[in-house]
Design a protein around this ligand. Structure first.
Ligand code: FCB
Length: 466
């Protein structure tokens, strides 16, 4: 561990928190917003654990000024949020909805007035349902539509927003949404999932070029979820299983961006298991890989946990649970801060991005609400402390890490888990929509003020908070 209180993050380091539109905004039918795939998915019984839907969520659409005040209270210097594509383009292409764009216009102005740097994500999974009905991300047309949408947003906000993230976690949209069926649109077709990943990456390249044309000072990047993959043993079979999982999860998304090619070993695996008929990718067209490899200004990394795997009977990776229940979060994910350090140093070493941001890192826990209203979440403090320490050590090792965003600013609608999993450093009491800074938010405020880890291991003193 870095000696507590000694490491100072660099000047200009962005201290942020992140959210996404679908998870916090609500107001899904307000001011001309169109339906998203997640609105639709949530309306099908059985898809969402608590049978909830995102129609109200944190009501951020109406309460964004309060949320801005909360950000200022914590001392955030940056805020990562996403734009709801169906709010801006109700059908995903064609006409732009000025009332939708106006919402983000106000939000950006409010952030800038508060001295908080906006980091805008264009696609955080809320694809317009109309586009889905025309094939969604399986179709190349959706990649064209995305570029059109990116242009509309950049033309409106590009004079004030400098940091742009095209897509959030293509792995999730592809694999969870189209191979495992756990996320919208709920399909289970590995071949489809590969086409989806390709069209996401391709549209990233197109959008990056178009955003820069409209906003020459723009810094454009993409956010990938990366997992620290480790073999359960030193056996050849287990190491090969780790190679395979690292391939589908991490390298399938990093190699095209930084090297302009999909990893051949993963293509070979996919042919062997029948996900691809031949090693020729059916959706690939001339010039695509060069577009995808359009240089980016930064890579966003979302990191939550590691994955230890062994070879199953068919040689394919099988997860090996390593942690006791006490070492897991409420979503069952192992708390493994070292993985953040290892993922960041690995990416810096193997892919040499100009800059990196941790665009998401955080944990869901069953928080304790005291009769006084105080929200005691020492396990989240411990999680954040461990991961910030790991991020600091990565910087000390030479990684060009320029910012860190806690997932999440607010408790919110956690996709198929509904409202049951709370990731916020700010509690949302859904019936009243009351916001309460959890102990972790107070701790984070102390860390931001100190530009490093507070010396005490637990919650900071409550003096002067109320
Ligand atoms: C990430 C998503 C984010 C949230 C966190 C917990 O995969 O980007 O929206 O669901 O996980």
């Amino acid at each position: 561990m870095t000696a507590p209180g000694r490491f100072r993050f660099p000047d200009g380091f962005h201290w942020g928190a992140a959210t996404s539109a679908q998870q916090i905004e609500g107001a899904v039918r307000k001011d001309g917003r169109g339906e998203s795939v997640w609105d639709h998915f949530a309306s099908v019984p059985g898809n969402i654990a608590d049978r909830s839907d995102p129609s109200i969520a944190c009501d951020h659409f109406h309460r964004w000024r309060d949320d801005l005040a909360v950000m200022s209270e914590i001392g955030l210097t940056a805020y990562r949020f996403s734009i709801a594509w169906p709010r801006v383009m109700p059908h995903g292409f064609g006409s732009v909805n000025p009332r939708g764009l106006a919402f983000y216009d106000r939000l950006v102005d409010g952030l800038l007035a508060a001295g908080i740097t906006p980091f805008v994500t264009l696609n955080h999974w809320d694809t317009p349902q109309t586009l889905q009905e025309r094939g969604g991300w399986v179709s190349r047309d959706t990649a064209h539509a995305f570029e059109e949408y990116a242009v509309a947003v950049a033309e409106r906000l590009g004079d004030r927003v400098r940091h742009w993230i095209t897509h959030n976690e293509p792995w999730c949209q592809s694999t969870l949404g189209h191979e495992q069926g756990r996320h919208a649109p709920g399909h289970r077709d590995p071949g489809e999932a590969l086409a989806v990943a390709h069209h996401l990456l391709l549209s990233h390249g197109w959008a990056a070029r178009s955003i820069r044309q409209r906003s020459p000072a723009a810094q454009v990047g993409i956010t990938h979820i990366l997992v620290d993959v480790q073999p359960a043993s030193a056996s050849d079979a287990d190491r090969d299983a780790a190679r395979a999982l690292d391939g589908t999860f991490n390298r399938w998304y990093l190699d095209p961006i930084f090297r302009g090619a999909y990893p051949q070993d993963v293509i070979d695996d996919r042919v062997r298991c029948g996900h691809l008929a031949t090693a020729e990718l059916p959706f690939l067209q001339a010039g695509d890989m060069a577009t995808i490899a359009t240089p980016i200004d930064f890579l966003g990394v979302n990191y939550y946990s590691r994955s230890v795997v062994r070879a199953g009977d068919d040689g394919r990776p099988v997860g090996v649970p390593m942690a006791s229940p006490e070492q897991r979060t409420a979503t069952g994910w192992e708390v493994w801060p070292q993985g953040l350090h290892d993922v960041l140093t690995r990416v810096a070493r193997e892919y040499a991005p100009t800059a990196l941001y941790v665009t998401e890192n955080g944990a869901a826990f069953d928080d304790r609400v005291e009769p006084s209203g105080r929200v005691v979440d020492e396990r989240r403090i411990e999680y954040l402390r461990g991961h910030l320490d790991a991020a600091g050590r990565a910087i000390a090792a030479g990684v060009p890490l320029a910012g860190y965003f806690v997932w999440s600013l607010l408790d919110n609608w956690e996709w198929a888990d509904g409202y049951e999993k709370r990731f916020g450093i700010v509690r949302v009491d859904y019936p009243t929509q009351r916001r309460t800074l959890k102990d972790s938010a107070h701790w984070y405020r102390t860390a931001i003020a100190a530009r490093g880890l507070p010396d005490d291991a637990g919650a900071p003193s409550r003096a002067g908070r109320e």
